[in-house]
Design a protein around this ligand. Structure first.
Ligand SMILES: Cc1cc2nc3c(=O)[nH]c(=O)nc-3n(C[C@H](O)[C@H](O)[C@H](O)COP(=O)(O)OP(=O)(O)OC[C@H]3O[C@@H](n4cnc5c(N)ncnc54)[C@H](O)[C@@H]3O)c2cc1C
Length: 433
């Protein structure tokens, strides 16, 4: 069918291309869904179209390790064509609109696509614009010699590593914005990693951690352990403090109770930008009040449209935004999508694993507490504990450190991309396991 399209004032024609399964986003979630649909024999690659403008797939959990001096940045980036399943169809223009009533997707280049089933997996976007003087802050981040860095971007994660390596003493300021952000624990992991590196080099440092929230961590058991960690390391925590502006060697915070502004000088600033879902989700009528793709928390099906699904950071699922959560969500989404599409059944109203573990809202957050220890936080909806190795999770552990540093990246690059990694469920060597 030929249609007229309008983009930047030009009218042109484009064909409507149909896909049985359309996936928006080729990040951790989109890639994992495509890989499992194929690995489990539910779809052949040619039935799947992935919309993804980026040329590189990023293993973002590795960026904390890069900033913390434990990992090479090159190990966190791979060309998209090397990780996406072979013969899957890729559209590299970003999606700008969905018309869910017509099962239609529009991309920035003016093309129109239709679908039978749609998976929205666009992640969450870092939004530096919410910080006043942002042009300056970005200038500071870009400028190699300015003492401002962030593990929330691969370039600035490498910069963080170098700045800490070269640090000769003084005041370090770390920030954490309002939630939700991807990996809520990452802003504090980099505090502990940096502290340990400076301690080992015998550098005197005065470390301050400014958090937007009122708690060190949302799960009481881990909050207690992390409070001890901060006290032991003499890390000064400041709660309910929102970073609003960055100037030359000065960070300005707004107290969330009194709204008073406070200027804090720094010799090194680690910045975590606020984060927001893609605007087109809400503009297409698919968002919840905060603009996240509004899906049922236990089936991952859209609350209004039966053939729309979402998972990962862009979804409304009330759990923390991590790759670990994606690993737990993917089999649920795949199973329910196939049930409704191919078998005409209702989705299973339970975000429940297909192995021996219950994945109800499962997420994990591996928190580095030094360059050789880690606290593995595992919990589910309502911050309820859900631990796999309780014996190693009651304190900082060396074993969990190596699990996170070496095993998780290995499982991601060699098994997740093939649809053979089930996160806490382990390897998925049997179809539909
Ligand atoms: C510093 C840091 C540390 C982290 N640490 C951990 C950790 O220790 N453990 C853990 O489990 N998780 C961690 N995470 C979180 C984890 O990386 C994310 O939760 C995970 O990547 C989410 O997957 P996703 O597919 O939802 O989003 P992403 O992986 O971000 O992928 C989204 C994709 O959608 C694409 N996209 C966006 N908009 C459009 C559009 N309009 N059209 C088409 N495509 C679009 C993007 O280009 C991107 O490729 C960390 C993240 C960061 C940044």
């Amino acid at each position: 069918m030929l249609k007229l399209h309008y983009l930047r004032g030009y009218a042109f024609s484009a064909r409507q291309v149909h896909s049985q399964i359309a996936i928006i986003g080729g990040g951790t979630a989109g890639l994992n869904v495509a890989a499992q649909l194929i690995a489990d024999g539910h779809a052949i690659p040619q039935q799947i179209r992935i919309f993804e403008p980026m040329k590189m797939h990023t293993y973002q959990p590795g960026w904390t390790m890069v900033g913390g001096g434990l990992y090479d940045i090159n190990k966190t980036l791979k060309p998209m064509e090397k990780v996406l399943p072979k013969n899957v169809i890729v559209s590299d223009s970003p999606v700008i609109k969905i018309n869910p009533e017509e099962n239609q997707i529009q991309t920035f280049d003016g093309e129109n696509y239709t679908y039978d089933q749609l998976v929205v997996a666009t992640g969450i976007r870092t939004d530096f614009d919410q910080i006043k003087g942002i042009t300056k802050a970005q200038q500071y981040l870009e400028e190699p010699n300015s003492p401002v860095a962030s593990i929330y971007h691969y370039k600035y994660a490498s910069k963080m590593n170098r700045l800490v390596d070269e640090f000769e003493g003084g005041k370090l300021v770390f920030t954490e914005p309002q939630m939700p952000i991807k990996c809520g624990g990452a802003p504090q992991k980099i505090v502990y990693l940096s502290h340990d590196r400076l301690r080992k080099r015998g550098i005197k440092s005065d470390i301050h951690f400014y958090k937007n929230s009122a708690l060190i961590f949302g799960v009481p058991k881990y909050a207690e352990i992390l409070t001890d960690v901060c006290q032991r390391k003499q890390i000064n925590c400041h709660f309910k403090q929102k970073l609003v502006e960055v100037q030359d060697h000065v960070a300005i915070f707004e107290d969330q109770d009194t709204k008073e502004l406070k200027s804090v000088t720094f010799d090194l600033l680690h910045l975590v930008p606020p984060q927001v879902p893609a605007k087109f989700i809400a503009a297409s009528g698919l968002g919840d009040a905060a603009g996240f793709c509004n899906v049922h928390p236990n089936t991952l099906q859209h609350v209004k449209y039966r053939n729309i699904w979402s998972l990962g950071d862009c979804s409304s699922l009330p759990t923390s935004k991590t790759a670990a959560a994606v690993m737990a969500q993917t089999p649920i989404l795949v199973k329910n999508l196939i049930r409704t599409w191919k078998q005409g059944l209702e989705p299973i109203p339970e975000y429940q694993g297909n192995g021996w573990v219950n994945l109800l809202g499962y997420t994990s957050c591996p928190i580095f507490t030094s360059q050789s220890t880690l606290l593995l936080a595992e919990f589910k909806y309502n911050s309820e504990l859900d631990e796999t190795f309780p014996i190693f999770q009651s304190n900082e552990s060396r074993l969990m450190f190596y699990l996170k540093k070496d095993f998780f990246p290995f499982a991601y690059w060699y098994f997740m991309v093939k649809g053979l990694w089930g996160g806490r469920d382990g390897f998925r060597f049997f179809k539909g396991a």
